[in-house]
Design a protein around this ligand. Structure first.
Ligand code: BG6
Length: 507
């Protein structure tokens, strides 16, 4: 359905040279938080880098009453130190106010879009961005469709960018898909998971498939266990109301963690085109075991933060946050052991953990390798204590880079061993500026490159793995452990890998 040229930088290696075609970028939820915090600043950076065609025009849509002028001011205020290109882009912006399900809103929008096609050179190209509350995603998609806006004019495109969450369980995700697919074909739909826009997440592909040395050991014969940690040092901030409906499992694990895992577990794609990579990701997700109820009870830990100290500041407990019930059962921490049932990974445990108000903010993947089978040069006792394991740490943020942990001899007469690190840091190795995730993904959607967006079958599969866990949480079958804000979560979390003689981190 799209006819604009597709440029895939993974295929072409041409990141710096990509430009958007002329288009109208229609942001639903234009007066909201996401627009001001992420979308507008990302557009500003794209305009500064001259990645946008001069005829790109922003159209804001939201319930808040605003004139074009007021919306332009909002767009200017959303970025620090707006330069001339941003001012120029914003000066043409339009705004439509109205209810999301009301035909009048879409009639007005249609008029604005026709006007832009005739007078502002947008060429019939439309990128609709759903940045509203999730409850109205289906309504907006359907109303766009029944106003004929999902059907591109000949020679142009109409695409729909959808923010997470993609449903709140398998059933609602499938309902959302049905609503979207009434009028939009899957190739028109761009589901955003901002983790896929992070440079270091994309580098997982380069690390695995552009090097000869990792692939031979990237399997059950060498890897003892895989870990993904998404640690946050912030609490739920002003999003208590939203977080109550989500919890750590839905907010981070079902999407960000599963996406990172898909890249770690997948087989080499036969092409680096969008479908080649997405086919392999979905195959990897399909080989993740859907835990039985008994496995959930044994292998999942959930927790909620109490008051504590984080980075020198005293912070309130989760139940005292605004918008949170006094007896809330929502988890702000989750840790679990997952399994993969295929030739490459059978028997290799996958440990996952994430939480709010942990002592540090970092996201990393650790591959712990198997222990050496025998150390010929040491006595029996020192062998046990000094036998380090090798680990490969993929640091996604902050301080993005890669660390290889291995054993070396301590200088001196005695034969003593210690684990040392070999470090690669992005900041040290490259001078290029790293594009922010939204900047990257917005340009991808504009040029029609779906590689880093989540396909419908990936969403479904990720929910399938999470369903038994969510069911057990809903019934209160997995105890909600307490942890102090500023600690590493409930103690049960450490016991999870310890039960099989393992521990979190690179050892
Ligand atoms: C969002 C979650 O998707 O990701 C937030 O809704 C979370 O709760 C955020 O804080 C983390 O993103 P990042 O890029 O800071 O790791």
């Amino acid at each position: 359905m799209t006819s604009a040229p597709v440029s895939n930088p993974l295929a072409a290696g041409l990141e710096g040279e990509r430009h958007s075609p002329p288009l109208a970028l229609v942001i639903f939820g234009a007066s909201g938080d996401l627009t001001a915090r992420k979308i507008l600043p990302a557009l500003e950076r794209l305009s500064r880098r001259r990645a946008l065609d001069p005829n790109v025009t922003i159209v804001g849509v939201a319930r808040t009453h605003m004139s074009d002028e007021e919306f332009r001011k909002l767009a200017l205020d959303a970025v620090d130190g707006a330069g001339p290109r941003w001012r120029e882009l914003v000066s043409k912006a339009r705004y439509v106010s109205g209810e999301y399900g009301h035909p009048d809103t879409f009639d007005k929008l249609k008029q604005v879009l026709d006007d832009l096609d005739s007078n502002a050179g947008t060429g019939g190209n439309r990128l609709f961005y759903l940045a509203t509350i999730p409850e109205v995603f289906s309504t907006v998609a359907e109303t766009l469709g029944n106003h004929g806006l999902a059907e591109p004019k000949s020679g142009s495109f109409a695409r729909l960018v959808v923010e997470k969450p993609f449903g709140r369980d398998l059933q609602s995700a499938q309902e959302l898909d049905r609503a979207i697919h009434k009028y939009f074909g899957e190739s028109q739909v761009y589901r955003i998971d901002h983790y896929m826009g992070k440079e270091t997440v994309q580098n997982l592909l380069a690390l695995r498939f552009a090097n000869a040395i990792f692939e031979p050991i990237w399997n059950r014969h060498y890897v003892d266990n895989i870990q993904v940690t998404v640690a946050e040092s912030i609490g739920v901030e002003h999003r208590g109301g939203f977080y109550e409906t989500a919890g750590a499992l839905r907010d981070i694990v079902q999407n960000h963690v599963m996406q990172v895992l898909a890249l770690i577990l997948m087989e080499p794609p036969s092409t680096v085109e969008a479908e080649g990579i997405r086919d392999e990701k979905v195959k990897a997700l399909r080989s993740m075991e859907i835990p039985t109820r008994q496995e959930v009870l044994e292998r999942v830990v959930r927790g909620q933060y109490d008051a504590g100290w984080v980075a020198g500041n005293q912070v309130a407990g989760y139940r005292d946050e605004d918008g949170v019930a006094a007896d809330s059962q929502t988890e702000t921490f989750v840790a679990m052991r997952l399994a993969v049932d295929n030739w490459r990974w059978a028997g290799v445990p996958v440990f996952v953990r994430t939480g709010k108000y942990l002592p540090a903010r970092f996201t990393e993947v650790v591959l712990q390798f198997q222990k050496v089978p025998h150390l010929p040069f040491l006595g029996k006792e020192s062998r046990a204590s000094q036998m380090g394991t090798n680990a490969l740490v993929l640091r996604i943020q902050p301080d993005d880079g890669i660390t290889l942990r291995f054993t070396a001899k301590v200088p001196g007469q005695a034969f003593r061993l210690r684990t040392v690190s070999m470090d690669f840091s992005y900041g040290g190795a490259f001078l290029e500026e790293t594009p922010e995730a939204y900047e990257r993904l917005l340009l991808d959607a504009m040029v029609g490159d779906a590689t880093l967006f989540i396909r419908s079958d990936e969403v479904v599969q990720a929910w399938k793995v999470m369903e038994p866990v969510m069911a057990a949480f809903a019934e209160g079958a997995v105890p909600l452990s307490r942890y102090k804000a500023g600690s590493w979560g409930p103690q049960e979390s450490d016991r999870l890998p310890a039960r099989s003689g393992r521990s979190w981190g690179a050892g």
